[in-house]
Ligand binder design. Structure first.
Ligand code: ZN
Length: 89
């Protein structure tokens, strides 16, 4: 199970991917963070959004930073996430 996960096909239905943006929920224990305007490859067939590895890493890093904060549900834009992840990182 090594190698690239990135491809031009949807993992789920095999549909074609097109560049776009997505609104994605991320669950941290009992909390939910919704990130809007995330750059992603979006499946034209089922609408699944697939992040490239750099975008996923930025979000993952940011989520680790906010894990300990006391919110239940938060909605944020990707521009904010990427800005903070780089600044604090
Ligand atoms: Zn699909």
């Amino acid at each position: 199970m090594t190698g690239e996960h990135e491809s031009d096909r949807c993992y789920f239905c095999g549909g074609r991917l097109a560049p776009g943006v997505a609104t994605l929920p991320f669950v941290l224990d009992a909390r939910v963070v919704i990130i809007k305007d995330v750059p992603a490859n979006v499946c034209v067939q089922c609408g699944e959004a697939i992040l490239d590895s750099e975008t996923a890493r930025i979000i993952d890093r940011w989520l680790k930073q906010v894990e300990h904060l006391g919110f239940d549900v938060s909605v944020i834009t990707y521009a904010h996430v990427s800005g903070e992840a780089i600044a604090v990182g």
